[in-house]
Every structure is written in structure tokens, then in C-alpha cells.
Design a protein around this ligand. Structure first.
Ligand code: HEM
Length: 499
């Protein structure tokens, strides 16, 4: 777990890439003035929050309908934003700024960072509308700097950084072995093996360094520079260091992945040479099936490591914290485990189905602490959202943290109440776009089932073995945006043996 920290800063690149780093230029509208439309289906749809082209209502609107332009949209100005982010450490409070701006400007607002422009959406229904209108290859954000690094070093793109047809191809290969719970039940061991190897490698590297600090320092630097990686290209001549560090960080990560992928490849080759059958997890499948090139495999292993390590461990930390603070909830969860599974039985994937409360704990943890407090989408066609015409090519920020804490979406939203997720039928239905911690749709988190399995199994075993309690050292822990939504201070809890 400790060594996972060494990757923390890279994960921040992922977050900033999807949400905060590269916003598009303000798209050009046909005219900057308000659009006045009469009896126009798009305008009628706008009044109801639908997208253009949606089936118009039965009744033709009688009064003049009006679709507003982006110029009319409220939002903080550039100077205020720069002040808030660079002067008042806004990067550490992105989730709170989301809420504050929603209160000040409403559930849809625009922001400028110099020439960069983003429309933020903090409304459950509008988020649903945007995600349901997605095409076959949604774009999360402009990944220019990721692509530039890869071009510079002759590297392939992985799933996070790929776009269009290239993304579609990779997604269709990778999804085969990772997207469904039953795939994960079989292959998660393989994925974990690779991650464990990589983490061990970081540990070894760190202890081998004379000063014993190098990885730690790099980690700190990674974080710092991932923040600064948000500096756009036009500022690079003035501030060159972040880009250099950005490249250096990626060099290290790719090297890690390459070492371990190559080792696995050698092992497979020697098994084949000896006429043995090769079994294994996702990596083995990718290497044997040859559906992706070796470079693409390096890129995907690197990006999965980025996206998968800290997201999972932070969520586990928050869940532990919440359970310690709510002993009555913990007791109910434990009783369910003890009665439906047993006090000592080591759980496997299929056991999780019998334990709706443990799944509800994870859902509620991710509602209160969504590791990615916001997500991004670049509109692929003109949309009318919340009464505004949003042209194709606009960077949207979907404010999941704000919608998670909205009373309209979740009553007693500030409270940890896992039971709210218990339903008669399917627990996994995405019918509340107020909390979609793994995203939604075709571009949603591909590692969701891996993460869920890891967290469910870990929590079950923790609760079978320990009563998790607060200790005199437990202090209230606030969330901090550190790329991801992280605990702002250390979580200290007691693990008392269960009698
Ligand atoms: C608690 C754990 C996790 C959370 C909350 C989480 C959340 C997310 C979110 C919100 C996205 C963006 C989805 C969208 O744009 O609609 C995403 C994408 C992604 N995640 Fe996760 N994730 C977690 C764990 C993992 C793990 C364990 C892996 C790898 C094994 C992983 C790999 C990825 C990848 C590769 C993408 C990019 C998918 C694409 O662009 O097609 N994630 N994740």
C-alpha cells in the first residue's frame, strides 16, 4: 500500500486530463447574440431540457421560445478563477469550488482560464442528458499533452489517452477480459499480479537508492507537476519546467510497465518453448492473442496502473474511516457477513452477491467521496442543455461531487446511510445520475469490476477479522483534491480483534 503512493501523482494526471487540465477555446457561435426561435423543436426541447432532435412534445409551444447562447451563461470571470486557483490554492479544493460556484451561478455555468473555456454542469438530469446523447466514441477532454509526449517518444496511446477509432479498437479488445463481473472473477488475479509486481518494483527501487528518498521525492514532484501539467502549451516558453517533468514522469512509468511486461513475455515464451499451455490473466491474454501491438500493451498497462491503483486504495481508506465512525452501521454489515457468509470463510467473487450491504457501503462511500469528483466530456454535436445552446467541441465538466451532495438527489445527503442503496431488485442500476463514481456509458471506467472486487473482498475480510474503531488519534478528516479526492490528513483507526 505504501508503495502505491509512488504512483499517486500520476493518477493526478489522469484526473486533470479528464476534468481540469485542458479546456477548449470558447467555440465560435454563428452569432454572439441570443437566438430567438419560434415554434422550433430544438427550442421547445430546450425548455424541457432535451437535446435537439429529440421527439418534440405533442403541443406546439405558443409563446416565443428562446435558446440562450453561451455568452449569456453566468460564471466566474478569468481573473477571479486565476486568483482562486493559483493564489488561494484552489487546486486542492476543486470539489468545494464546484459547490460554491453552483450556489453562486446555478447548475450550469461557464468558466474561463485565459483562452481556455469550460461549461460546468451540476445537475443530475442535465448530466444524464449529456451522457445519454453520447456517440460511439466519446471524448473526455483534449489530451494534447499526453499525445504530444507519446509522439515525442514514439510511444503508443492507451485507453485513457486514445480517441476515435483507435480508442474504439482498444476498448473492444480490453473489454473482453475485464468488463463483466465473471471476467474479473477469473482474471483479476492476473491483473493484481502485475500491479503487485510493479508496486514491489517501486519499493525495491526506493530502498536501493543511496538516499532512500528518491521515489518519495519523485512522488512529491509528480504531484506538483501534475498540477502544473495543466499549464497550456502557449505558456511553456515562459514556464518550461512542468513540461520537462511531465515527460520525465511518463518516461519512468513506461519503463516500469515495460520491464514487467517484458518479463512476462519471456516467461510465456519459455513455457511455449517447452510445449506448455499458457494460462494467465489479462496481460497474458493480450500478449498471447496479439490483438494489440506490444507498444499498445505497454501503454495500456501503464495507464491502467495510473487509473487503478490510488482510486482503489483511497476508496478503501474512506470506507474504513466511515465504518469506524459509524459503529452501528458496521455492526449491521458484520452481522450480514456472519449470517450469510460465515465468520471465517474467505470470500470469493460470487459470495459478494449474497451481501447487499457491503455493496451498499461501497456505493455510499463513493457517493460521499467520489475519487473523481468531476469528469469531462467534449461535446460531439450541438446540444441544448439547461436552455443553452452548447456548440459541438465544447469542453464540459460534469460536477459529480456537487450532485452527490444535493438534497434533491439524496435525502440527508451529508449522512453516511448505506441502506439508501438497498433496493428490491438490481443494486447496480444507474438510475440516479446524482452519483456515478465510475462514469456512465461506453466510455465509463473499464476497471470498475476489478475495483469493486478488490474493495468488496478486502472489506469483508477486514470486518471478519477486526472491529474497526476510532482511536484517540482519529481526527476529523476532510477531503482534499490532490488530483483525485484524497483524505486531507492521515486516517488513524484501531483494528481490534473480533472475539
Ligand atoms: C474505486 C476505483 C475506481 C474509480 C472510482 C474509477 C473511476 C473512473 C472514472 C470516473 C472514469 C472515467 C469514466 C468516464 O469518463 O465516464 C474511469 C476511467 C477509467 N478507469 Fe477507473 N476507476 C476506478 C478503478 C479503476 C481500476 C482498478 C482500473 C484498472 C484496472 C481503472 C481503469 C480505468 C481506465 C483504463 C479508464 C479509462 C476508460 C476509457 O477511457 O475507455 N479504473 N475510472
Amino acid at each position: 500500500m505504501k508503495c502505491k503512493r509512488a504512483l499517486e501523482s500520476e493518477t493526478t494526471y489522469f484526473y486533470h486530463a479528464v476534468f481540469a487540465s485542458r479546456f477548449h477555446q470558447l467555440p465560435k457561435l454563428a452569432g454572439s447574440q441570443t437566438l430567438e426561435l419560434q415554434n422550433d423543436p430544438a427550442a421547445a426541447a430546450a425548455n424541457k431540457g432535451e437535446e435537439p432532435g429529440a421527439e418534440p412534445g405533442l403541443r406546439t409551444p405558443r409563446r416565443r421560445s428562446r435558446v440562450k447562447s453561451l455568452h449569456e451563461m453566468p460564471g466566474p470571470n478569468t481573473l477571479y478563477n486565476l486568483y482562486e486557483f493559483f493564489w488561494k490554492d484552489g487546486f486542492g479544493r476543486i470539489h468545494e469550488i464546484q459547490q460554491k460556484h453552483t450556489q453562486e451561478y446555478g447548475k450550469i455555468f461557464k468558466s474561463h482560464f485565459g483562452p481556455q473555456f469550460v461549461v460546468s454542469i451540476a445537475d443530475r438530469d442535465m448530466v444524464a442528458q449529456v451522457l445519454r446523447a453520447e456517440g460511439r466514441a466519446p471524448q473526455r477532454a483534449n489530451m494534447e499533452s499526453w499525445q504530444e509526449y507519446r509522439d515525442l517518444r514514439g510511444r503508443a496511446t492507451g485507453l485513457i489517452s486514445a480517441e476515435g477509432e483507435q480508442w474504439l479498437k482498444m476498448r473492444s479488445v480490453l473489454r473482453q477480459k475485464i468488463l463483466k463481473p465473471k471476467d474479473v472473477a477469473i482474471y483479476s488475479d492476473g491483473v493484481n499480479e502485475v500491479i503487485t509486481d510493479l508496486i514491489k518494483r517501486i519499493h525495491t527501487l526506493r530502498t536501493q537508492e543511496d538516499d532512500g528518498e528518491t521515489v518519495t521525492n519523485v512522488n512529491n514532484l509528480f504531484f506538483k507537476y501534475s498540477m502544473e501539467g495543466a499549464i497550456p502549451k502557449w505558456l511553456r516558453p515562459l514556464i518550461p519546467k512542468p513540461w520537462r517533468e511531465f515527460c520525465r514522469s511518463w518516461d519512468g512509468l513506461f519503463k516500469f510497465s515495460q520491464i514487467h511486461v517484458d518479463n512476462r513475455l519471456k516467461a510465456i515464451q519459455s513455457q511455449l518453448d517447452q510445449g506448455e499451455v499458457v494460462n494467465g490473466g489479462l496481460l497474458t491474454y493480450l500478449l498471447v492473442s496479439k490483438e494489440l501491438t506490444l507498444e499498445e500493451i505497454y501503454a495500456n498497462m501503464t495507464e491502467m496502473l495510473l487509473a487503478g491503483v490510488d482510486t482503489t486504495s483511497f476508496t478503501l481508506s474512506w470506507a474504513t474511516y466511515l465504518l469506524a465512525k459509524h459503529p452501528e452501521v458496521q455492526q449491521r454489515v458484520y452481522e450480514e457477513i456472519a449470517s450469510k457468509l460465515g465468520k471465517e470463510k474467505i470470500p470469493v467473487a460470487r459470495d459478494v452477491r449474497k451481501l447487499p450491504l457491503i455493496r451498499a457501503v461501497l456505493k455510499e462511500t463513493l457517493r460521499l467521496y467520489p475519487v473523481l469528483p468531476g469528469n469531462g466530456r467534449v461535446t460531439q454535436k450541438d446540444l441544448i442543455v439547461g436552455g443553452y445552446l452548447i456548440p459541438k467541441g465544447t469542453q464540459l465538466a460534469l460536477c459529480h461531487y456537487t450532485t452527490s451532495y444535493c438534497e434533491e438527489n439524496f435525502s440527508m445527503a451529508n449522512e453516511f446511510r448505506p441502506e439508501r442503496w438497498l433496493r428490491k431488485d438490481n443494486l447496480d442500476r444507474v438510475d440516479n445520475f446524482g452519483s456515478i463514481p465510475f462514469g456512465y456509458g461506453i466510455r465509463s471506467c473499464i476497471g470498475r469490476r476489478v475495483a469493486e472486487l478488490e474493495i468488496h473482498l478486502a472489506l469483508i475480510q477486514l470486518l471478519q477479522n477486526f472491529e474497526i474503531k476510532i482511536s484517540p488519534k482519529t481526527v476529523p478528516v476532510r477531503a482534499k483534491t490532490h488530483g483525485l479526492l484524497t483524505p486531507g490528513s492521515s486516517i488513524n483507526v484501531r483494528f481490534s480483534d473480533r472475539k
